[in-house]
Design a protein around this ligand. Structure first.
Ligand SMILES: Cc1cc2nc3c(=O)[nH]c(=O)nc-3n(C[C@H](O)[C@H](O)[C@H](O)COP(=O)(O)OP(=O)(O)OC[C@H]3O[C@@H](n4cnc5c(N)ncnc54)[C@H](O)[C@@H]3O)c2cc1C
Length: 637
């Protein structure tokens, strides 16, 4: 398949403006004649639904949650980037563009990244207008802090709960449209399949999670804003319910999957404390503004951290990366933490942790300042570990946090299925092989507030639509496929719980496809995953009934999809014989242990095509060209 990114031509700073001008418009009085199906109402979906509703389209918005406010986006802690240069420290659209392309290890599409940097300033204005309570300085101006991979302060924040505040803003905007009648919100519905009619995405199949009823919905276009697939690894910082079902089933209907192996491992999470743990907790990257990361210089150190004098501590990030120090990007900080622990310098009972220490900042700024900046994060840490981070350093360790991969989209955010758009974390995104902190909220809201309203309108205005009804053959066929899968799952009646299978998959994924990957391990994973999948389909036990509220059945469908996606993720990691960003192949590293790219062979987006059950997926490539930010060995020294 030839992949056309539809990146506009001309100088990069003019591309989005000229593209917008060239796009077709839908007359305001015609917009209500078009129905847009929005799956997902997290930051990306809620902002898109609100904006399309405001324009006058007829929007059907679906979520498996009971309210948009429950989306995983609510968990976002540290902040959202925009190059407003309020700090007067040299920031600009160009610098954010440059930092993002470099941070992503030169595996992102330049045109998209530039547009993202360009529209990000508008997001802040939009959210302030909605009443989002961003932190302000003493004079009342919006405050900024720094995140990894940048030497400027461009991160806007609302304490350690930025996602929650932004989501309340988007929720208010969407609620206004629900009240105005342009958006209809259908809660507790899980999309289980995509309906494609004559090659166009024209509808979805949903399960009403309260009654178990299978429902069908038709429209002119479908948007998937269904979040990331980090839970393929079982343990992650993502919400337990976050899953890949919508994008995976659309993939099986023909949408190509971009860079599935690009997974972000976040360096500062509360370490796992036991094998029965089902969730990991993030400690925001913003903490690295004031916290210093270190390990004892002596292996097997038994003294309490407070009793270890300065000369016996190794502030390894400050030592290795004097320019960026503790604020190196996530991939770098994660790898170095693992390296320290692998070498035996790790702390805590498992040895799988490093210290994040605030003692210096508390002494310099006072406890009240640290409390103001990060109070809720410190409370969370205290409650989970029973240790007081104001008195002794936090123990942190890397964990799966975000997925840069997702459904492949062109510049218009349209997948390879005409009429199927993908927004937010669900698309393969603008972050290349490594997302910089505070850039996911930026991307999700850019997609929803400022990109889809134009590109989707252009698609509607320039496409001919045959009338479709939900009792057409394509809908019936897709619906019966969904019902058959549910029947099959319910009829297995085996001995093992869904959770057990998910845990087994997660173990393989983390150990063999995790922070460090190598050929032998990946080949082993590719043997193990199909075995777990086969056993799942023979021996899973799902209690309850399908025509009722059934959380176990919901989980079973999601884990069935993770068991397929996990294999594609490992295959993608195996084929990419280079290291870049969050994809670290141990065979490909510099003498100093940094990721070693192979631009000659791998400067492309790997877009995988589903070839049918049991068949090897087909690899398609979108070559990446770098006209403005020339690829070089990333250095944060
Ligand atoms: C702990 C944590 C902290 C973070 N902090 C930051 C931060 O400070 N800054 C930053 O930029 N990023 C941060 N991130 C990343 C960021 O929060 C996410 O990438 C972003 O919020 C994803 O938004 P989204 O709208 O794409 O998806 P989500 O918020 O995950 O929303 C998905 C929506 O889709 C719905 N859905 C999914 N599947 C289906 C289906 N099959 N049928 C129906 N509905 C479905 C869900 O109900 C939900 O409404 C953080 C992530 C984590 C895990």
């Amino acid at each position: 398949m030839t992949l056309d990114s539809k990146s506009p031509s001309g100088p990069i700073e003019k591309q989005w403006d000229s593209h917008r001008f060239n796009m077709k418009l839908v007359n305001p009085s015609n917009r209500r004649k078009y129905t847009v199906i929005m799956v997902g109402t997290g930051l990306a979906g809620a902002s898109a639904a609100a904006s399309l509703g405001e324009l006058g389209y007829n929007v059907l918005a679906f979520s498996y949650h009971e309210s948009p406010r429950r989306a995983h986006s609510i968990a976002a802690q540290g902040g959202i980037n925009a190059p407003k240069n309020y700090s007067n420290d040299g920031d600009s659209i160009w610098r954010l563009f440059y930092d993002t392309v470099k941070g992503g290890d030169y595996r992102a599409r330049e045109a998209n990244v530039y547009r993202l940097a360009q529209v990000s300033g508008n997001i802040i204005d939009q959210c302030v207008a909605q009443g989002v309570p961003f932190a302000r300085d003493y004079a009342g101006y919006l405050d900024n802090r720094s995140f990894g991979g940048a030497q400027v302060s461009r991160t806007f924040y609302a304490r350690g709960q930025t996602g929650q505040q932004l989501l309340l803003g988007a929720y208010s905007a969407v609620s206004r449209q629900i009240n105005a009648g342009t958006v209809k919100f259908l809660p507790r519905r899980e999309m289980l399949d995509l309906v494609v009619v004559d090659g166009q995405a024209r509808g979805i199949i949903c399960r009403d999670l309260v009654t178990g009823k299978i429902e069908t919905y038709a429209g002119n276009a479908v948007v998937l804003a269904t979040g990331g697939y980090g839970n393929t690894f079982y343990l992650s910082t993502m919400a337990k319910a976050s899953n890949a079902t919508a994008i995976w089933r659309a993939h099986k209907k023909g949408a190509l999957f971009g860079n599935p192996c690009f997974t972000q491992i976040h360096p500062t999470c509360i370490p796992q404390s036991g094998s029965y743990q089902s969730k990991l907790t993030l400690m925001s990257e913003s903490l690295r503004n004031d916290g210093r990361i270190w390990v004892p210089k002596k292996k097997g150190e038994t003294r309490k951290p407070q009793d270890i004098p300065e000369e016996d501590r190794d502030y390894y990030l400050e030592r290795l990366y004097p320019s960026f120090g503790n604020l190196v990007p996530r991939d770098v900080a994660s790898r170095r933490a693992k390296e320290m622990c692998d070498k035996g310098f790790g702390v805590g009972s498992t040895g799988l942790a490093v210290y994040l220490d605030f003692a210096d900042s508390i002494e310099r700024l006072g406890k009240h300042v640290i409390e103001e900046r990060y109070g809720n994060l410190f409370d969370m840490y205290h409650e989970i570990t029973a240790e007081d981070p104001y008195k002794s350093p936090m123990r942190i360790y890397p964990a799966v946090h975000y997925t840069m991969g997702g459904l492949w989209v062109d510049y218009n955010l349209m997948s390879t299925i005409p009429g199927l758009f993908v927004a937010g974390e669900a698309n393969f995104s603008d972050h290349g092989a490594n997302r910089l902190g505070a850039s996911a909220l930026m991307q999700g809201l850019a997609d929803g507030y400022f990109i889809l309203p134009y590109t989707l309108g252009d698609y509607l205005a320039s496409t001919k639509f045959a009338p479709v009804k939900t009792d057409d053959a394509a809908f019936k066929e897709t619906q019966s496929g969904t019902e058959d899968m549910i029947k099959r799952l319910m009829s297995i009646n085996g001995k093992k719980t869904v959770e057990e299978f998910h845990r087994e998959l997660g173990k393989v994924m983390w150990e063999l496809v995790g922070m460090g990957r190598n050929k032998t391990g990946l080949q082993k994973a590719l043997q193990e995953i199909p075995k777990i999948r086969e056993e799942f389909w023979k021996d899973v036990k799902i209690v309850g009934a399908s025509n009722d509220l059934n959380a176990e059945l919901e989980r079973a469908g999601r884990v069935a999809d993770f068991l397929e996606l996990g294999e594609l993720l490992a295959l993608d990691a195996l084929h990419r014989e280079e290291s870049c960003g969050g994809h670290f192949r141990e065979e490909y590293q510099t003498e100093e242990g940094e990721a070693l790219r192979n631009d000659k062979k791998f400067a492309y987006v790997a877009a995988w095509e589903y070839a049918g059950a049991g068949k090897k997926p087909i690899l398609n490539k979108e070559p990446l060209e770098f006209e403005y930010v020339k690829p070089s060995q990333r250095s944060y020294k």
